[in-house]
Design a protein around this ligand. Structure first.
Ligand code: GLU
Length: 434
């Protein structure tokens, strides 16, 4: 016997009637993963048969989000709206063969009773349905437009799709699609249905769980690999329970047989943790252009700031960010003099003692030629010793508030080094005399 080994061909088939949902993004990622793992092809099909609800702005955003996630596709996308003639001709073929009939302008497919339609789902195993439970299927509506299940089969066959990975919400469509393949004398592809993504409370994913579209996460300052990594782990458990699984690595290790058959829960805290891991490891050359728009949106003058300076601020803060949108609020003191001041930290500035310390320290720092964090730290230590202070707290807290307005943040001496002597001294004196 001779088995013909077919090259894997998978597709992602978005409907451009809204933004890219996080669940659809996961579907796209898994199809892409499988294609790239198997050395096959990943195709796009635009399911825009609903001419009223489909909009080009949604399509543009979907394609942009897919690219942003790092997905690349092969061949030109196929648009269903350009193939109405093909679907109508195929419907006529079925009518001529006695498999479908007309009801006014509509065309319906005759479903034979007394049959079991069964297939081995790649995720859930054997699934079977009795044909009695399926009524005759409308394939062309009375307005002449084709229905989803019908176009789907014609196009998947046309594109030579070998595996269909999609959400569990399509489980009820699959037997209907299988009978169309049979009617055309075609072998159906393999199907795999991925359990839907729920919120941590078990409810359908919604805005209150942290957002439903890719675009919202992009805007929040999530890195694409972090989101992709997270979505990958919502459908597959990587070997040895690894949690950091960049898409490029997953391509090598992913096995379609290992896809999870339990419902996935979307945990925004876990995603934030992952994002922090990726931010921490990213080079400044990459992060600098990404944080600039957030600075500008926060009214901080990013345009005039040198990349090298932004890079130094990032060196201090990229270990402290869960999302890039958090950057301006944590770092405003590096970009303006009227930075925000934490209310709970004001007590560190209010005591007469703090003012005395700040003034004295400012004088010492003003005379420091090497304004490195080590040298600054030395000044603080010596000052504490001379004053017989058991701890540096009474001088560090006021100084931190004076230069940054915050009780928390990067290391004080590192911050001072980046701010530079002039600004540090001026701010400490300002606080001392307030
Ligand atoms: N347009 C359908 C959807 O977005 C595609 C389903 C399929 O993959 O067959 O759900």
């Amino acid at each position: 016997m001779c088995y013909k080994i077919r090259m894997v061909r998978v597709r992602f088939a978005p409907s451009p009637t809204g933004f890219l949902h996080i669940g659809s993004a996961r579907t796209a990622i898994f199809n892409w993963l499988y294609a790239r793992h198997a050395g096959g092809k990943f195709l796009l099909r635009i399911e825009d048969t609903d001419l009223k609800r489909s909009e080009s702005r949604f399509l543009d955003e979907i394609l942009e989000d897919l690219r942003w996630l790092g997905l690349d596709w092969d061949e030109e996308p196929l648009f269903q709206s350009r193939r109405f003639d093909v679907y109508r001709a195929k419907a006529e073929e079925l009518v001529a063969a006695g498999r479908a009939y007309k009801d006014g302008a509509a065309v319906l497919f005759k479903v034979e009773p007394g049959r079991t339609i069964a297939y081995d789902d790649l995720v859930h195993g054997r699934i079977s349905v009795e044909s009695e439970t399926i009524k005759d299927q409308v394939i062309i509506k009375s307005d002449g437009s084709p229905t989803y299940n019908f176009c789907c089969v014609i196009d998947d066959a046309h594109l030579g799709i070998t595996h269909i990975l999609r959400g569990d919400d399509h489980i009820s469509n699959t037997p209907k699609q299988i009978i169309f393949y049979e009617a055309f004398g075609l072998t159906p592809p393999r199907f795999g249905h991925m359990p839907l993504i729920l919120g941590t409370d078990g409810a359908k994913l919604s805005k209150r769980h942290g957002g439903v579209s890719v675009e919202e996460y992009k805007r929040e300052g999530f890195l694409p690999e972090a989101l992709a990594n997270y979505l990958i782990c919502l459908g597959w458990t990587p070997p040895e329970g690894r949690e950091i699984m960049p898409p490029a690595e997953a391509v090598k290790l992913f096995e379609i047989e290992e896809m999870n058959d339990v419902q996935a829960k979307f945990d925004i805290q876990k995603l934030r943790w992952l994002n922090a891991e990726y931010i921490m490891k990213s080079a400044n050359e990459r992060l600098v252009p990404l944080v600039k728009p957030y600075l500008e949106a926060a009214g901080l003058p990013a345009a005039g700031v040198k990349d090298a300076y932004l890079g130094r601020v990032l060196d201090l803060y990229k270990v402290r960010l869960k999302t890039l949108s958090e950057f301006p609020a944590q770092t405003d003191c590096f970009f303006r003099e009227d930075f925000a001041v934490d209310e709970e930290g004001r007590k560190h500035l209010d005591s007469p003692e703090s003012r005395v310390y700040l003034a004295a320290l400012a004088d010492r720092l003003a005379g420091l030629t090497d304004f490195s964090h080590a040298a600054i730290e030395d000044v603080f230590r010596r000052f504490a010793e001379e004053r017989g202070l058991a701890k540096v707290g009474p001088i560090v807290h006021p100084a931190r508030m004076a230069v940054s307005g915050k009780t928390k943040g990067a290391g004080l001496f590192e911050m001072m080094e980046v701010l530079g002597r002039e600004r540090v001294v001026a701010r400490m004196r300002r606080a001392a005399n307030a």
